[in-house]
Design a protein around this ligand. Sequence first.
Ligand SMILES: Nc1nc2c(ncn2[C@@H]2O[C@H](COP(=O)(O)OP(=O)(O)OP(=O)(O)O)[C@@H](O)[C@H]2O)c(=O)[nH]1
Ligand SMILES: [Mg+2]
Ligand SMILES: [Zn+2]
Length: 366
Amino acid sequence: MITATGKLEVFGYDAFFESGRVELGLLDCEVARVTVMSRGQYKVIGKNGEFLAKITGKMMFTANATEDYPAVGDWVAIKELENKQAVIKAVLPRKTIIKRKYGDKNQAGDKNETQIIGANIDEAFVVESTDRDFNLNRFERYFVILSEAGVKPVIVLNKIDLISKEELEIKLVELKERFKNVMVIATSTIDDSGLDTLMTYLLPGKTYCFLGSSGVGKSTLINKLIGKYVASTAEISEQSKRGKHITTMRNMYFLKNGAIVIDNPGMREIGIIAGDADSVFGEIAVLAGQCKFKDCTHTQEPGCRVLEELSDGKLNEEKYSNYLNLKKETDNSQMSNWEKRKADRDFGKFINKAKKDLKKFKGGGV
Ligand SMILES: Nc1nc2c(ncn2[C@@H]2O[C@H](COP(=O)(O)OP(=O)(O)OP(=O)(O)O)[C@@H](O)[C@H]2O)c(=O)[nH]1
Ligand SMILES: [Mg+2]
Ligand SMILES: [Zn+2]
């Protein structure tokens, strides 16, 4: 039996993953962590270094959702081969998984897909810059997908060198008022302000990811934390801005103090999957429970507590409209989830058929 201890802790391994490994009966496999994923190929790191890995045909065959595949941040059981190649045999149970929905909503058929942003992330830094990128509704979107994942968000407001102290103060007040329970770190990679504070958030053995639009400075911040240029960064000119991402792959980095960070490509869409935005919009959810009608849409009904608080000015108007937007969107997404399940059923219909045949064969059947 191989004991997976010692060096693996440097990559974030702990008793949680070890007990998952034991439960799955993977005692004869090495374990490793997925650091990069690209076109069906994975880079994993374990006790014996880095390997280029692929999943087994069996895993590919039995996987029917994106979540069934390994993602960056996952701990996997591997079989090491020659030339630093390996085969991934299983994904160990996850602590957390951050997902988003993406796809062109305007296209016929509403092709929504789930994407895994990261697995086993402890905290997420949601980065916006002080220029035109600054948008409270977008922060809220990230908080919905993070609360679904059970990952604590921290706001990073970057490029504060571009605005005056007064302008910064206004933005910080806006953030505090809208997001009472989220920490805010104001940073600049030009004059290094806030970087010490950011560093104090990064604990050894914990995994953090950086999320945010393209060009806000995620990779530049990570390079600063590492102390050398490892993640590529670039200026994004106005003409080429559309569709251009400097970082194209999620990538895991190991800091000197033992913290682990994952850089992400900039995201244009932060699609929300499940219908539950309640923990982010807790205040509205409480009011909704007091509405006159059980199925109140909080848009026009008499006796609606949400509308009451809105007209009294007690509920932030922008927050309310963002809530309605996200709700509408998740209703749509639930439908496409249903469609997806239907597709899954089609995909597995030969199994159902096989079962029926088997029943017939046994002379049973209900
Ligand atoms: N003025 C200013 N510019 C910054 C700051 N941080 C980063 N930048 C610049 O912003 C540009 C984009 O930075 P990146 O780090 O590549 O941005 P990113 O968020 O990683 O972008 P993607 O990889 O495309 O998602 C670069 O030209 C950086 O030099 C900052 O604090 N102030
Ligand atoms: Mg980048
Ligand atoms: Zn209502």
